[in-house]
Write a protein that binds this ligand. Structure first.
Ligand code: COA
Length: 329
């Protein structure tokens, strides 16, 4: 596409709820063990919202932090995109509610639904508006509160997810200074994989609440196989597009779904372990928030040296998957 401007990734930030649920806490809910969960997923603990917290409060914390780290005033934000599959309300949107809370009174706001690929889709969507000169300052937030949609009496799905929010502020710069090297997005109808959160069981004719709450349903094995197949494919596709090889990439940030998926992909792609960012052990799968939380924490912990080239890869329900390559300076 015609690029009239470049994109600068100014700052990243994240927010986690205060309540920490360890694997040993889950042992009180059903027959499981810390050892089983850790060896199958790499997860030790996850954060879960309490009564005074929500997707919105987490988004506000992450957004305020990202704004504080940048030189952009809330009223100068032109666009807010919130990527989420678990909004607090079906409407108003999370992005409009966030706009009100952070004082970004001039922003256009919409939510984006691409499950665990939401943050990658959000960056790519934001980039189109910056490249064509429509908007200068864009806030992209990934937030999910899956704890409200899990059957906590069932052990195969609820072990995986945690709640959280992550944010990035993107601004326009000279086309020659563009920090977005390229991207690649994909979608495919999920016919057999059974990764869904069904909202269709409230019927007009029944005029009452759903018979049972809506919970995430998942065929874990099929999703695992899907991920280890498509993630290397999309990485190779993007590397080809931007004319890079693995050795030219400094950091790989995969959606934090399962440490075994992260290990399998990095081995297959021959990414040295030191290049692979992982924080799943203490946050679990935070869905659309997982990539910005991982980046923000890695920057905070000085695990990322600048300038650097970074690949971000998301995958999830839909099915959706996609990758972006950043050159952060
Ligand atoms: N604790 C103890 N045992 C458990 C358990 C738990 N929490 N969950 C399942 N088990 C049992 C099963 O009942 C089964 O027992 P059986 O052999 O007697 O039937 C056994 O452990 C193996 O279960 P299985 O489902 O085959 O395990 P798995 O190796 O496929 O691991 C997942 C399950 C969910 C960890 C794994 O499939 C996975 O992570 N998939 C990807 C999911 C994902 O990333 N989703 C989000 C994408 S965005």
């Amino acid at each position: 596409m015609q690029k009239n401007y470049g994109i600068k990734f100014v700052s990243f930030a994240s927010a986690l709820p205060s309540l920490c649920i360890k694997n040993t806490d889950l042992q009180k809910l059903y027959d499981t063990s810390d050892e089983w969960i850790y060896t199958r997923t790499g997860i030790k603990e996850r954060r879960i919202v309490s009564a005074n917290e929500s997707g919105l409060t987490l988004s506000v914390s992450a957004a305020n932090e990202v704004i504080k780290k940048s030189n952009v005033k809330p009223e100068d934000i032109d666009l807010i995109i919130v990527a989420t599959a678990t909004p607090d309300k079906l409407y108003p949107t999370m992005s409009c509610m966030l706009q009100g809370k952070i004082g970004a009174k001039n922003a256009v706001c919409f939510d984006l639904s691409a499950a665990c690929s939401g943050f990658v889709y959000g960056i790519v969507t934001a980039s189109q508006f910056i490249y064509n000169g429509q908007f200068k300052n864009v806030l992209v937030v990934g937030v999910d509160v899956h704890s409200r949609f899990l059957d906590w009496s069932e052990r195969t799905v609820s072990i995986l997810f945690g709640d959280g929010a992550g944010a990035v502020l993107m601004t326009s710069c000279l086309a020659g200074d563009d920090q977005l090297l390229g991207y690649s997005l994909h979608s495919g109808a999920d016919v057999n994989l059974d990764l869904e959160l069904d909202n269709s069981n409230v019927m007009y004719s029944e005029f009452k609440k759903p018979k049972c709450p809506n919970f995430v349903k998942m065929n874990g094995k099929a999703i695992y196989q899907f991920a280890v197949r498509v993630v290397p494919e999309v990485i190779n596709e993007l590397l080809d597009k931007i004319n890079h090889n693995v050795n030219q990439i400094d950091y790989l940030v995969l959606h934090q779904a399962n440490q075994r998926i992260i290990d399998s992909v990095s081995e297959k792609m021959k990414f040295n372990k030191s290049k692979v960012i992982s924080n799943i052990e203490h946050v679990g799968n935070t869905s659309a928030a997982s990539i910005p939380i991982a980046i923000s924490e890695a920057i905070q912990e000085n695990k990322i040296k600048f300038p650097c080239k970074m690949l971000l890869v998301g995958f999830g329900a839909g099915l959706t998957w996609g990758a972006v390559a950043l050159h952060l300076r």
